[in-house]
Design a protein around this ligand. Structure first.
Ligand code: ARG
Length: 507
C-alpha cells in the first residue's frame, strides 16, 4: 500500500457507472471452470436472419443471379449446320423469333438454380447451428444435450448432470431479496414469503453454495412495485432442489417477499481513525488474510465463508499446489504471524487467468478446517446481483504490500481510502489505453500518491453500503505504484459471482 501526499493534476473524470449485471437472460450463468464468464454466444440466434443480413461471401460471389444468367445466356443464335428439313410455307424460320424464345429458358433456369442454392445454404446454416448451437434452448454443461429454454428451472432435471436446475435462485440487491427464475415468464421474480420457513431458507442457501451452518435467517419485506411472485415447493422426491413456480399476486396474500441471509458477513468493529494508513486495531478489516509460502508473505486474500478465501489468480498461477500455502487470519503484524500456525489449504481453484492480459485474475482457496469466526476473523459480503457501484464511489484497500514501488512488504497492515474510477476514464489513452476489460475495475487516485502495491495482490477492495462491507474487487495489477494516471486495477468480483458460487457448490 502506498500513501504519500503527492498530488498532481487530475485527468477529467467522467462518472459512468459500472454495470455489472449480466445482460443475457438468466438463469445461465457463465463460467464453468475453463469457460470464460460472459459473454457466451455472440453468434446469430437466427441463422436465416443473419444470412439475409450478410450473405456468405462464396454465395454472393459465385451464384449471383446476374452471373448465372450470364453463364446460361447463349451469346449468339445457334446456326443449324445439319438442317434436314426444308422449311415449308407454315414454318416460322425467322431466326429472331426463335432466339428470343430460347433466351427465356436460361433465365428461368438461372432463377431456379439460384433458389435451390439459396435453399441449400439456408438448410446448411440451420443444420450447422441446430447441431452446434442448440437453437431453441441451451446446452447442458457437462454433455452436449440441448435442453429447451422452457425446461430450465422447471423443477425437472433434464440435463444428466442437473445443471438446468442449479442457479435457479439468486440474491438481489443490498437487501438480499431472494429471487427465483420463472421459466414461464423467463425472468427473475421475488419469492413470496407466505409458506416460507427456515428450512426452505437453509435449503436455498445450500443450493447457492453456502454451508448450512452459516445460515442466519430471513426477513419478510414489502417488495417494490413488482407484482409477480414465485411460490416455492420442495421437490416431491425429496431431492435437494427447491422449485419455484410462478404465481399471481393473489396467491401471495402477504404481498411480501423473502430477504435471505445465508451468512453473517460484512460487519466489522469500526474503531479506527478514518484516513489513517496504519491499521491499529484488529477487527477493523477482519476478512483480510495473509497468504504465505514457507512463512513468507506473498499475497493478500479475503475471507468470504469460514472455508473459503478469495485471492488473485496471479498469486497462485505459479504456485498452484494447495499444500504449499498457509492462510493467516486475524493478525495485524507480520511478527505475530511468525509465531502463529495459520490454516492449511485443501484446494486452490483458479479462474481462467491470462497472465498476458491479466484477464480473470481471481482464485479461491478452500481451507482444510473452517476458520473460527471471532470479532477479529469475519467474512466480507460478496456483492449481490443488481448492486451497482459507480465512480467516484469511496472504497478501501488493505494489505501488507510494499509502501513504495519495488519496496519490501510492510510489517503491519495498512489501509487506504480511494475511489472507484470508471472504465471509460481508466481505458483512456493517458491511463490504461484500452487494457481494462469487464473482468477488471479501476480504483485509486488519478493524481497519484495512494495505491495498492506489490504484496497487496489478492487482497480486498471494499465498499460500505447498507451498513455492510462488500467485496468489490481483489487487488490485481497496476503500472508501478501510486503514479499519476496509473491507478490500481482490481478483479471485478461482481462479474465473477456466478463463478464463485459455482466453485463453492462444487467443492
Ligand atoms: N501485482 C501486485 C502484487 O502481486 C499488485 C499490484 C497492484 N498495483 C497497483 N499499482 N495497484 O502484489
Amino acid at each position: 500500500m502506498q500513501t504519500t501526499d503527492t498530488t498532481y493534476d487530475n485527468v477529467s473524470h467522467v462518472n459512468y457507472g459500472f454495470q455489472h449485471e449480466e445482460q443475457r437472460p438468466p438463469p445461465f450463468a457463465p463460467p464453468s471452470g475453463i469457460n470464460p464468464a460472459l459473454p457466451q454466444y455472440h453468434g446469430p440466434q437466427n441463422p436465416q436472419y443473419v444470412h439475409q443480413n450478410s450473405p456468405p461471401q462464396y454465395f454472393s460471389e459465385r451464384y449471383s443471379p446476374a452471373q448465372s444468367l450470364h453463364q446460361y445466356t447463349p451469346q449468339t443464335a445457334p446456326v443449324n449446320t445439319h438442317r434436314t428439313v426444308t422449311p415449308g410455307p407454315y414454318l416460322d424460320v425467322n431466326p429472331v423469333h426463335k432466339a428470343s424464345r430460347r433466351k427465356k429458358w436460361p433465365f428461368i433456369l438461372g432463377i431456379v438454380i439460384t433458389l435451390l442454392v439459396v435453399a441449400g445454404v439456408i438448410a446448411v446454416v440451420l443444420w450447422f447451428y441446430g447441431i452446434f448451437d442448440c437453437l431453441q434452448g441451451r446446452r447442458c454443461k457437462t454433455d452436449e444435450k440441448c435442453v429447451s429454454f422452457s425446461q430450465w428451472c422447471d423443477g425437472v432435471q433434464d440435463c444428466p448432470s442437473g445443471d438446468d436446475e442449479t442457479q435457479c435462485s439468486r440474491l438481489f440487491g443490498s437487501d438480499y431479496l431472494l429471487q427465483m427464475y420463472s421459466n414461464m415468464n423467463q425472468k427473475w421474480e421475488n419469492v413470496c414469503s407466505d409458506g416460507w420457513n427456515d428450512n426452505l431458507g437453509m435449503q436455498a442457501c445450500e443450493e447457492m453454495g453456502y454451508e448450512r451452518n452459516t445460515y442466519v435467517g430471513y426477513e419478510e419485506i414489502y417488495s417494490r412495485a413488482s407484482t409477480d411472485y414465485m411460490l416455492v415447493k420442495t421437490d416431491s422426491l425429496g431431492s435437494s432442489n427447491l422449485t419455484g413456480f410462478h404465481s399471481k399476486t393473489s396467491d401471495c396474500p402477504s404481498n411480501k417477499a423473502v430477504a435471505l441471509k445465508c451468512i453473517d458477513c460484512g460487519r466489522n468493529s469500526e474503531t479506527r481513525i478514518v484516513g489513517g494508513t496504519m491499521v491499529t486495531s484488529k477487527g477493523v478489516w477482519p476478512w483480510q488474510v495473509s497468504l504465505q509460502i514457507s512463512r513468507r508473505h506473498l499475497c493478500g486474500g479475503s475471507v468470504i465463508t469460514p472455508y473459503w478465501v478469495v485471492t488473485a489468480a496471479h498469486c497462485v498461477y505459479e504456485n498452484s499446489d494447495a499444500r504449499d500455502w498457509t492462510v493467516y487470519a486475524g493478525y495485524l503484524t507480520r511478527t505475530e504471524m511468525q509465531l502463529a500456525t495459520g490454516n492449511s489449504v485443501s484446494r486452490i481453484v483458479m479462474h481462467n487467468f491470462d497472465p498476458r492480459t491479466n484477464e480473470n485474475d481471481i482464485a479461491l482457496m478452500k481451507l482444510n478446517l473452517p476458520l473460527t469466526i471471532t470479532s477479529n476473523v469475519r467474512p466480507v459480503c460478496l456483492p449481490n446481483k443488481g448492486m451497482y457501484f459507480t465512480a467516484p464511489r469511496e472504497c478501501y484497500i488493505t494489505g501488507w504490500g510494499s509502501q513504495s514501488s519495488g519496496g519490501s512488504p510492510s510489517p503491519t497492515l495498512q489501509e487506504a481510502k480511494i475511489q472507484l474510477i470508471d472504465r471509460t476514464t481508466c481505458n483512456s489513452r493517458p491511463v490504461y489505453n484500452g487494457q481494462i476489460t469487464e473482468t477488471m475495475i479501476c480504483a485509486g487516485k488519478l493524481e497519484g500518491g495512494v495505491d495498492s502495491c506489490q504484496g497487496d495482490s489478492g487482497g480486498p477492495l471494499v465498499i460500505k453500503e447498507n451498513s455492510l462491507w462488500w467485496l468489490v474487487g481483489d487487488t490485481s495489477w497496476g503500472d508501478g505504484c501510486a503514479f499519476r494516471n496509473k491507478p490500481g486495477v482490481y478483479g471485478n468480483v461482481t462479474y465473477f459471482l456466478d463463478w464463485i458460487y459455482e466453485q463453492m457448490r462444487r467443492y
